[in-house]
Design a protein around this ligand. Structure first.
Ligand SMILES: [Zn+2]
Length: 485
């Protein structure tokens, strides 16, 4: 039974979709004005695990993501600079050029991290009519009002507006810092803009006609409208980073439920921040940590994915190069161990052993996506008292969710090792001039020849004979080395 923490109820609950066997999943997408930093990508990696695991346990998942390519302000309230406009100015490009470029960058980063592309990816600029429709209904129902040229959502009309206010302290503090000026048009402090016609930005590029004048949508209306457009009136699960919980998700709930007249989303999944030593990771503070930067420094992006999986999504994680180095070493070792598994077509998978290994894996993910225990299940499979075919089958299955590319990386490594071994074998052996060392080298070659001929008794005899003389052999992928005691 799959159990997940629901931020709305603040409990770990059995996950029950509205319609049996089907899951509608919505993910807040990126604002495409710059590269994503690896802290943003941690959220997408964890959401990807949820997506893949739901499929693994048999659900037909439809996942939808928006792309914010219009009017997202630097503060989650209605203040601050327009992020898209800021990006366009910085790079002397049009807003749409910026959006197209950074959308591609985002999905290329996702591909490197093995994050599955959602089934529907919808740019906000494609849905202006949908936003206008939802806003019109909110006005008709009396949940919205016009003031000073803008359309606002009236939060006082709701019995309960502050859904995720337990997350407020940190995020409100940010809002307060950024949102210096208040908006006199608002009837209540928490009211938010649905449609702007009075832009503070003279050079606002993207504007559309609406019943309330030429303008552009607020940010929050995007996600409500796009979700309802593709996933209908009942949403099973909505995901996002914890910094989106308030006010963004709170406002999404306000709009959607006021529009629909009933409960909208059953389960909310929020991923905690990635921190650095100096606090929450951001684009403006410290080194701008991107996937490309990690690659430039020689890291495999999948080592970063493993780093993320080693920690639970509901805990903040701390990034440091030391931590990433540890993950990179673990990743290499893991690949080497998978590469060492024999590929013997005649070997049968032991279904009972596989089922036992599978239980450890599903138990881990069933309990609120415990990814670090799911990674442990990989190691358990490698150590298990069963044949290599069964181990490979378990790893293939688990990695369909964890997506660390283990079998592919292992096959690449095995091919490399074979090449090296072949090169070493075809090279002319130059023996040492020291007769004692030459004798050892000849014995090592004789042992290698015995092993190649599957005469393991002879190979072991040679190893024992050398050991008796204080010569200890170590087998490495590129050949056998020795040490004299
Ligand atoms: Zn959203």
């Amino acid at each position: 039974m799959f159990r997940l923490y629901n931020s709305a109820s603040r409990k770990v609950e059995e996950f029950v979709p509205f319609e049996a066997g089907k899951v509608g999943m919505y993910t807040c997408g990126p604002t495409v004005y710059h590269f994503a930093h690896i802290g943003n990508l941690r959220t997408y990696i964890m959401e990807d695990i949820l997506d893949r695991y739901l499929r693994y346990i048999g659900y037909a998942v439809k996942r939808v993501m928006n792309i914010t390519d219009v009017g997202h302000l630097t503060s989650d309230g209605d203040t601050g600079e327009d992020k898209m406009l800021k990006g366009a100015k910085r790079e002397h490009k049009s807003v749409m050029e910026i959006a197209a470029y950074y959308t591609d960058c985002f999905f290329s980063d996702c591909a490197k991290l093995h994050i599955r592309r959602p089934d529907v990816v919808e740019p906000a600029t494609h849905c202006i009519d949908d936003f206008i429709h939802v806003i019109s209904v909110l006005l008709e129902k009396g949940y919205a009002y016009a003031a000073g040229g803008n359309i606002y959502f009236d939060t006082s009309r709701l019995d309960r507006y502050y859904v995720f206010n337990d997350f407020r302290t940190d995020d409100l503090a940010v809002g307060v810092r950024e949102g210096v000026e208040g908006d006199d048009n608002k009837r209540n402090k928490a009211d938010f803009v649905l449609w702007f016609t009075k832009s503070k930005f003279e050079d606002q590029e993207l504007k559309w006609d609406s019943p309330w004048g030429v303008g552009y949508p607020g940010w929050h209306i995007e996600c409500s409208s796009i979700s309802m457009k593709h996933l209908g009136e009942h949403l099973d699960i909505h995901c996002g980073g914890i910094d989106n919980a308030f006010p963004h998700h709170t406002n999404e709930i306000a709009q959607s439920e006021a529009y629909l007249g009933h409960k909208w989303c059953n389960c909310w999944m929020h991923v905690l921040h990635l921190n650095t030593d100096s606090g929450k990771m951001s684009k403006s503070k410290g080194e701008f940590l991107t996937v490309s930067l990690l690659e430039e420094k020689g890291y495999d992006p999948l080592a970063y994915r493993l780093f993320c999986l080693q920690s639970h999504y509901r805990r903040p994680q701390t990034f440091s190069y030391e931590n990433l180095d540890n993950a990179a070493v673990s990743y290499k070792k893991l690949v080497a161990r998978v590469a060492a598994l024999k590929k013997d077509a005649a070997e049968r998978v032991d279904e009972n052993a596989l089922a036992a290994l599978r239980t450890a894996f599903t138990d881990a993910l069933d309990s609120d996506l415990n990814t670090s225990l799911a990674v442990t299940a990989l190691y358990t499979a490698l150590k298990a008292d069963t044949n290599d075919a069964t181990k490979r089958a378990a790893i293939a299955e688990f990695d369909s969710v964890l997506s660390l590319g283990l079998l592919e990386a292992a096959d690449r490594l095995a091919a490399e090792n074979e090449k090296k071994a072949a090169a070493a074998a075809s090279a002319v052996r130059v023996y040492s001039e020291d007769p004692e060392i030459r004798a050892i080298e000849e014995a090592i070659d004789a042992r290698a020849a015995a092993k190649k001929a599957k005469n393991y008794a002879e190979a072991d005899r040679i190893r024992a004979e050398l050991a008796a003389k204080g010569v200890i052999l170590t087998d490495t992928p590129s050949g056998t080395t020795f040490e004299r005691k």
